[in-house]
Every structure is written in C-alpha cells, then in structure tokens.
Design a protein around this ligand. Structure first.
Ligand code: GLY
Length: 359
C-alpha cells in the first residue's frame, strides 16, 4: 500500500515533470566561480547549435589549459610526490550516457578523455596508468603538467613539513646558520617575488580542493555537464575525489536537471551529492532547496559540529530543466568562494551562492 508520504513524493515528481514540459527551456550555462570564460565559450557553442556536452567540455578546456588555475588540468597542484594527477567526468543528458577518468597523469584535458571513454568504449571509468594508455591510444601525447608556479608551491609544502623537533630534511643542514622559512624559499626560487612566495605558503598551509563543474541547457531542453579537477593538493598518490564519480561530482537526468560540486570531495562522496540534488529536484524541490538539503546531509555527518565543518569548504551547483538554477556553499566564505558563474546569453557574470553557515 502506498502511504501518504509516498503519494506526496509521486505527486511532487509528477508536478516537476509537468513544470519541465510546460515552461519554455532557456539557454543557460552555469559553473563554479572559476568558469567565467568556460561559461562564455559554452554559451557561444550552445547558441551556434552545438551539442551541450561538446559545449561544456570546450568551456572547461579553457580552464584545464590555463597554467594559472592551480585546481584543474595543466598547472594543477600536484600530489605529495610532485606529480599532477587529474580526475574528470562527463554526462550527456540526451543519450543518458557518461564517462570518467581518475588519477590520470600527463594529459592536460582529462575532460576530453572522459568524453572519449563515454563515446569510444563500453565502459564508464578508466583509472591511472590505464587511463593514460587509453588517452595515448586515442592520439593524445604525454605532457609535463607541473608548471614552475605549482612546483614552487609543492616545494614550499615539502619545506613546511616538520618532525617533532621541528626538523625537515628538505632544508639547510643542522650545521647551517638558522634561517627564516621565506629566506629558504628565496634561495630556492630566486626569481619568485614576495607575492608568489606568500601564495605558495598559503597553498602549503591550506591545501586547496579547487575544481570546475559546468552545466548547460539548450533551447531544445537538452542538458549536459562535466567536472574536472587536479583534486586535493599534496594528496597521497592515487587519491580520487568526487569529480570522476558519477552521482557525486556530477549527475544529469535529462528529464529533471543536472548538478555538480567543487570543494572537499570526500564529504561529497559520502552523500552522493550531485545525484541527491537531482533526485531532490525530481521530487519537486527548487535548485536552492535541493542544494541546501545536500549541504544539511553533509552537516549531519558531522553532527552539525561547526568546528569540524569549519575545516573544509564544499559547493554545489544545480540547473533544473526549466532553467531555474542555484549555487550553494557550506560556508558564506569570502570574495569568490561563495559565488558561481552564470551565462544566460550575454557576458558571463558571478552570482552569489546561497550558504548554510556563516563563519
Ligand atoms: N572536489 C574535488 C576533489 O575533492 O578532488
């Protein structure tokens, strides 16, 4: 027998379906805050009639190839051994297909390889050396992904490690006169200015989990999404975050909408965030309500203890098939941290994300 709650759920799902059919779809691209250029590129392609997945992948390629975005692709911060390892996923609404790669090295645009896994294989996910082998079979060349900037940040992190007595083998010997850490760095990187060194120190002390998620909707109501990242800086080699996990870092249901995430992937995996958000929208929630519910689930995993929750950031992005969208963050944050990028046909802009907690 169906109980009242199930009846309500079924009704809400139906209502969302009717809503999706009743309203004219809008052309829209949204992404994490680092995706202004990605949204612009994707929108240009959507307007020109390109497939929505081709559009979002071309959009995030800009960020993957940007050596100055240290959270994605070329120039992404490396693992603890100084090797850049990338994760990416794609999901194509109209065909309901998806693909992903995890821990792939030496390829600047892992979103392309995830798309090839979707298009050219009967599998969904390839990892590590074998993902690279697949990329090479598809004609991609191995490249060094470590930039001088990310090498500097990695070495700064290594220098910051200390044993109980404050010693670190990566520094002047015990017989050397005492030196301040910044002067150690200056010796190692004489070409680096103070601003670059301060940035490297910040990265060493607070390892970031940047990423880009990008979702698109075209005038026909077709949707796709992609998420691509270099993952957590200084991670243990082989660590995989949420970005390549279909249902965590990315999910698209052509009938209802898409969602994605950036930030600490471990917490997102534990609640299957993107799938949870799309399911919430399927049951009638707005994108804002759907994202807030996902954030509350993360908070619940920590018994709503703000001290522990305060140790990380996580962000969600949701785009419903009727064109309603939202960005949402666990913390209000500062500057760009609680914003996301939107393009509805003109120039890309930042909009404020909603948030669960204020620091
Ligand atoms: N969300 C990116 C990561 O945790 O790897």
């Amino acid at each position: 027998m169906i109980n009242r709650r199930e009846l309500f759920g079924a009704g809400a799902a139906l209502a969302a379906g009717q809503l999706a059919r009743a309203q004219a779809p809008k052309e829209l691209v949204i992404s994490s805050a680092n995706g202004l250029a990605a949204c612009k590129k994707a929108m240009e392609m959507v307007k020109a009639g390109a497939d929505t997945l081709d559009a979002v992948v071309a959009g995030v390629n800009i960020v993957e190839l940007d050596p100055h975005d240290n959270s994605v692709g070329y120039g992404g911060l490396p693992n603890e051994e100084g090797v850049v390892e990338l994760d990416a996923s794609v999901m194509h609404g109209p065909t309901r297909r998806c693909g992903s790669v995890a821990s792939i090295r030496s390829i600047k645009t892992p979103s392309n390889i995830a798309k090839l896994v979707m298009e050219q294989t009967d599998h969904i996910m390839l990892v590590g050396d074998n993902a690279l082998r697949f990329a090479k079979a598809m004609g991609y060349k191995e490249e060094d992904l470590l930039t001088e900037e990310s090498r500097l940040a990695w070495m700064t992190w290594k220098l910051s490690l200390r044993d109980k007595s404050g010693h670190n083998n990566w520094g002047p010997g015990v017989d050397a006169p005492p030196k301040r850490r910044t002067s150690e760095l200056k010796q190692l990187f004489p070409h680096a200015d103070d601003k670059l060194l301060a940035w490297a120190m910040e990265m060493a002390m607070h390892p970031p989990t940047g990423t880009i998620n990008c979702l698109a909707l075209n005038a026909k109501g077709e949707m796709s999404g992609t998420t691509t990242t270099s993952g957590l800086a200084w991670k243990i080699p082989g660590r995989v975050g949420d970005s390549p996990i279909i249902g965590a870092g990315l999910y698209v249901d052509q009938d209802y909408g898409g969602a994605g995430s950036t930030g600490r992937g471990e917490e997102n995996i534990r609640i299957c965030g993107a799938h949870t958000i799309v399911e919430n929208m399927r049951h009638g929630m707005t994108p804002k309500e759907a994202c807030l519910d996902a954030l509350k689930r993360i908070s619940r995993n920590f018994d709503n203890d703000k001290t522990r929750l305060g140790q990380f950031d996580i962000n969600f992005y949701a785009l419903r098939k009727d064109g309603l969208y939202a960005g949402a963050s666990l913390w209000k944050g500062q500057e760009h941290r609680a914003r996301f990028a939107v393009n509805d046909g003109g120039e890309s802009r930042h909009e404020d994300s909603i948030y669960l907690y204020e620091r």
